[in-house]
Design a protein around this ligand. Structure first.
Ligand SMILES: [Zn+2]
Ligand SMILES: [Zn+2]
Length: 288
């Protein structure tokens, strides 16, 4: 739990977790103990086609969850969709399409998260057909080396944003192997009054969260300027839909604030920062 300068409370959570209930190496109890020991406030256990409804752990909020998938051919579409914070089992069977999965996660009271689009090779066109996706993973830890490839999905989201489709973005471990590469690396900070299922789900639905691997980040849009405040970083980068502008990167040591005046043709701005340890934080899209 973090208190920011404005006195707001942020809770730290991993929204995508596998255990021995499906294809993960740790038991649920081992996973919960690890994340609790690393200062997490909540975790969604999201084993493949098996929910974590009913789980609890002292000192750590367990958001009931489950991961559903459909498709095995990237050209035709591979969709992995995590339901987090569900209050009951979504009414789904294998073979149900992505829109049905999203709708049933919502009907079960959960948040629908389109997982690892870069790993799935999802195209912007495929994703823009989906309605009601609450967020998608800009970074998925297990999709990086040494296990995999394509952990980062920002390019896909930026192409969608350039067409006016601004998705919320989270980051998650999708932990399977419980090594330094896929456990406790990428998470969300959620601004909420209390750490309960209802409060966290409401905040996630409202978009009161951002994705990070360590840096703290605040992005506001005031008087025509995008203002950034952050813990010390070495890079602050502004991603927009103007392909060439001079002033989109700030590089240095111990940078803690900056601002960006949108170019005349920018319709969106999003911010990424990187600290001295190579850890990123990713702000949500700002419409300008
Ligand atoms: Zn998956
Ligand atoms: Zn997964």
């Amino acid at each position: 739990m973090i208190k920011d300068k404005k006195g707001r409370t942020w809770f730290k959570g991993n929204l995508h977790t596998h255990t021995t209930v499906s294809d993960g190496k740790y038991t649920p109890e081992q996973a919960y103990e690890l994340y609790k020991s690393k200062g997490y406030d909540f975790i969604a256990r999201t084993d493949h086609w098996k929910s974590s409804l009913g789980d609890s752990y002292e000192g750590l909020l367990i958001l009931p969850g489950e991961e559903f998938d459909v498709g095995s051919n990237a050209g035709e579409g591979i969709y992995h969709i995590v339901g987090a914070g569900i209050a009951q089992e979504p009414k789904l069977v294998r073979g149900d399409g992505p829109q049905k999965i999203i709708d049933e996660i919502h009907a079960a009271g959960g948040v629908a998260i389109l997982a690892h689009p870069a790993w799935s090779l999802n195209s912007p066109e495929q994703l823009m057909q989906l309605k009601g996706v609450d967020m998608s993973e800009i970074y998925n830890s297990v999709s990086g080396v040494p296990f995999n490839c394509r952990p980062y999905s920002g390019l896909i989201f930026d192409i969608m944003a350039a067409k006016g489709c601004l998705w919320k973005m989270n980051a998650a471990d999708d932990v399977h192997f419980y090594t330094e590469h896929d456990a406790c690396r990428s998470y969300v900070l959620v601004q909420a009054e209390e750490c309960t299922r209802e409060a966290i789900v409401n905040a996630l639905k409202k978009g009161d969260f951002y994705a990070t691997q360590g840096p703290e980040l605040s992005v506001t849009y005031v008087d025509g300027r995008v203002k950034v405040e952050c813990s010390p970083v070495e890079e602050i980068v502004y991603y927009t839909d103007t392909v060439f502008v001079h002033h989109r990167c700030q590089v240095g040591t111990d940078l803690t604030e900056d601002e960006y005046v949108p170019a005349s043709k920018d319709t969106f701005v999003r911010v990424e920062v990187k600290d001295a340890q190579g850890r990123y934080a990713w702000g949500q899209y700002v419409k300008v």
